[in-house]
Design a protein around this ligand. Structure first.
Ligand code: HEC
Length: 158
């Protein structure tokens, strides 16, 4: 039963749940793909989502909404300015400047860095989503990485 549900269009909202989630994820202005790459689309600023997409609906929604950061730091430069920085996955001398939209990759000379501290100011995710939309995004991620076509109930992502 549940298998087919996510593929059925919901009255008043265009497309299947997975299609709606995909459109939200790849929205050019404020979508997740501004900072997460999925199957080669998007920019890999934040962590790869292929493993975390397989956890439970509730846990995945909590991870998306979580404002606690594990990797983002506040980098203060000797020149004086500081910014929320996500270390680049491939090159640790490069940081994504999250104060910019879209984030900008900055290569930093270690000698130019005054200090790095755990992030306190930057909040994830940058955009707020109502439960219906978050459920669509979760459905898209679970379908993409786990092949799971089950409908995601907005009540389960509260
Ligand atoms: C402006 C950039 C940006 C946008 C937009 C963004 N994220 Fe993230 N995301 C990050 C960063 C950076 C982290 C790592 C935060 C940390 O733990 O320090 C992260 C972490 C995550 C995590 C936790 C990953 C893990 O392994 O711990 C999930 C899940 C996630 N994002 C999903 C999403 C989804 C879904 C959206 C869209 C609704 C989204 N993100 C939008 C930058 C972004």
């Amino acid at each position: 039963m549940a298998i087919a549900l996510a593929l059925l269009p919901v009255a008043g909202r265009a497309g299947t749940q997975i299609e709606r989630g995909q459109a939200l994820f790849f929205d050019a202005a404020k979508g997740c793909a501004v900072c997460h790459s999925v199957k080669g689309r998007g920019t890999a600023v934040g962590p790869n989502l292929s493993t975390i997409a397989r956890i439970s609906v509730r846990a995945l929604a909590t991870a998306i909404r979580s404002t606690e950061t594990q990797y983002v730091q506040t980098v203060k430069l000797k020149a004086g300015d500081s910014f929320p920085a996500m270390p680049d996955a491939k090159d640790k001398t490069q940081f994504w400047d999250l104060s910019k939209t879209p984030p900008e990759l900055r290569k930093l000379d270690p000698a130019a860095i005054d200090s790095t501290k755990p992030n306190v100011d930057w909040r994830h995710p940058p955009a707020a989503y109502p439960n219906e939309q978050l459920a669509d995004i979760v459905a898209f991620l679970r379908y993409t990485f786990a092949g799971d076509k089950s409908a995601v109930d907005p009540a389960d992502v509260q």
